[in-house]
Each structure stands twice: as C-alpha cells, then as structure tokens.
Design a protein around this ligand. Structure first.
Ligand SMILES: [Zn+2]
Length: 116
C-alpha cells in the first residue's frame, strides 16, 4: 500500500487521493489568440518522462485540496509533495537529458591509462 503525504494532512493511504495530471502547465496568456493546434497542445499534450515528474494530486477523501507531487514514473516512488504555490523541489533535474557521458569518459580514461 502506497502512502501519499498530503502537505496539509500528512501521510495517508493512496486510495484517498485522485490524480490530476501534469503540474506546472501554464495557462495561455491570451487563449483567444491560439489556433486549434496550439489549443489542442495546451489541453491534451503532456510530457511523459521516465523519472521524476511533477504531478497534481487531490486529497479527495480528506481535506479536498490540490497539491503537487514529484513522482518517479519508473519506480512509482513519490519523492516529494508540496503546496501549489511552492516551487517544485528538484532532487534531480527533470529536464536534463539522461544520456550519461560517464561511460564514454570512463572508457576514454581507461584506454588512455592502458596505453601508458
Ligand atoms: Zn489533505
């Protein structure tokens, strides 16, 4: 059973919560100026990362307040929860590419070490 920490009520069972989609999606400044494609992208298009992802959740059977959660989509582990006006905590940067340069660096270091 997964425990979700409501920022107002504390840890509660996951069955008390409803998922609300991606957090921090900015509302268009001038919605009437958008064409159909731009409006569809605002309404329907969401990121789908593997790893930390900021989401909206609602404590449906508790305080009924919305809050944000930073959840790892690969492990389902909730890394942090925070109130909507608070900035997103970043235990790991979400937007950085996950291609690690370290294996190449390690190989280069190992080959140069082997040549000496
Ligand atoms: Zn609550």
């Amino acid at each position: 059973m997964l425990l979700v920490t409501c920022p107002w009520c504390g840890p509660r069972d996951e069955t008390e919560f409803h998922y609300g989609g991606q957090a921090h999606v900015p509302h268009p400044a001038d919605p009437a100026a958008l064409d159909d494609r731009q409006w569809a992208e605002y309404v329907f298009y969401r990121e789908n990362p593997k790893g930390p992802f900021a989401e909206r959740w609602m404590h449906a059977t508790g305080c009924r307040r919305w809050f944000n959660a930073l959840r790892d989509t690969a492990s389902y582990r909730i890394l942090a929860t925070y109130r909507p006006h608070e900035p997103r905590p970043s235990p790991q940067p979400v937007e950085t590419p996950t291609a690690p340069p370290s294996p190449g660096d390690r190989r280069a270091a190992g080959s140069s070490g082997g040549n000496r």
